[in-house]
Design a protein around this ligand. Structure first.
Ligand code: ADP
Length: 367
């Protein structure tokens, strides 16, 4: 899983902009474009800070410093990911569209019985595209994306962590529609029986659960609530260790979507994508063979393999690499993949896979 580090911005595409209606709460700030001269930059920074301050000012009972930190560290832009960038996982995409994207884009249709869910869990072996899916959901649903992990929310100062959690939810509501993406949720929501759970992580967990419940109870009280009540905030989480999630937290994830290892067809699509801008000599038959050879590989294993294979033609040049013109470098061939396969192996064992399958059968949502 990867995280982005860029600062305050919405996930809306395009250059720097401050858009929205009359209220600051609807405003979105985008500072992703940094190539427009220093003065412009200064001005943008000032506007951004002013808007940030205005938003923080309007939040009641929220610690200012904590809110600042949420803005500075959590609202991310990063590289946009679109559905097409993700190979396969059609079931997961469909389920995310129905549960998140459509309700965020058409809130008028998703009320009462069709009220959107507040929690969705993506679980499965590492490197299968969970983070990519979360990022594409943010892009496609035009929502503000908060990417948090245990390290973002952990403070060594007593009580500060809870303030951060409260600020996170307050800012997310204010900038809604929002997605709070928690990578490695198991490290925040570990089961209560876990040994070594210390006081501070217990407090973070409890505060998170309290804040999260407040989202659903606000909505539950108003079954057909007006737009004003529409706090479109979703907690989307990913984990490689679903069995270590606290039971109370697990229940709040109404949808638990299994993200399995890629099927042969998905591997084929991913391999073709990875090679699409490279000079290579792989025939259709070679692709078929390669797809067979990569059985059991995760998406990130395949990416590592392709990267390593792409080095093949350069590697064999040795020192000559420095003198060889680009045109004379040979194309990537199946044999490069075969030699990389000697040391790049699947990162998930069969035993490991069985454990996911069992958990999916017991707790997963179908689809
Ligand atoms: P996870 O969050 O499940 O651990 P990521 O979404 O961070 O995995 O994926 C890690 C990397 O593996 C991605 O950056 C991408 O290069 C590759 N990858 C994984 N799954 C896919 C997929 N379905 N399609 C395309 N690339 C993928």
């Amino acid at each position: 899983a990867q995280s982005s580090t860029s600062s305050f911005s919405s996930s809306s595409p395009g250059g720097p902009q401050i858009t929205g209606g009359s209220s600051a709460s609807k405003a979105k700030i985008d500072s992703s474009d940094v190539n427009e001269g220093d003065e412009d930059e200064e001005e943008k920074k000032r506007l951004k800070e002013a808007l940030e301050d205005e938003i923080i000012e309007s939040l009641h009972g929220v610690d200012r410093t904590a809110a600042k930190q949420i803005f500075a560290e959590i609202v991310v832009h990063g590289d946009e990911v679109h559905w097409e960038d993700i190979a396969g996982l059609e079931g997961a995409k469909a389920s995310l569209k129905e549960a998140v994207v459509y309700p965020f884009l058409r809130p008028d249709l998703f009320r009462g019985l069709r009220e959107p869910i507040r929690g969705m869990l993506l679980f499965g072996p590492p490197g299968t595209g969970k983070t990519m899916l979360a990022r594409s959901v943010a892009t496609e649903s035009h929502s503000t994306f908060f990417s948090v992990s245990a390290s973002t929310l952990t403070s060594k100062y007593l009580g500060e962590s809870e303030k951060l959690v409260r600020a996170l939810f307050a800012v997310a509501k204010k900038l809604s529609p929002s997605i709070i993406f928690v990578d490695e949720i198991d490290s925040i929501m570990g089961s209560r029986s876990n040994e070594g759970e210390n006081e501070s992580s217990r407090r973070i967990k409890n505060e998170f659960l309290v804040q999260w419940s407040s989202l659903s109870s606000a909505a539950a009280g108003k079954p057909n609530g007006s737009e004003e009540d529409d706090e479109r905030v979703l907690v989307l989480a990913a984990t490689n260790l679903p069995w270590s999630i606290d039971e109370a937290a697990r229940r709040r994830f109404v949808r638990r979507q299994y993200i399995p290892l890629p099927e042969p067809e998905t591997r084929s699509v991913q391999l073709s994508k990875l090679l699409s801008h490279q000079k290579h000599t792989l025939s259709d038959e070679d692709f078929i063979e390669l797809v067979e050879l990569t059985a059991g590989f995760s998406g990130s294993d395949i990416t590592s393999l392709a990267k390593d294979a792409a080095m093949g033609p350069l590697r064999e040049l040795g020192e000559q690499l420095l003198l060889t013109p680009r045109e004379s470098i040979r194309s990537i061939a199946l044999r490069d993949f075969k030699s990389s396969l000697r040391y790049i192996k699947p990162s998930v064992s069969q035993e490991g896979l069985d454990k996911y399958e069992d958990w999916a059968a017991q707790f997963g949502s179908s689809g």
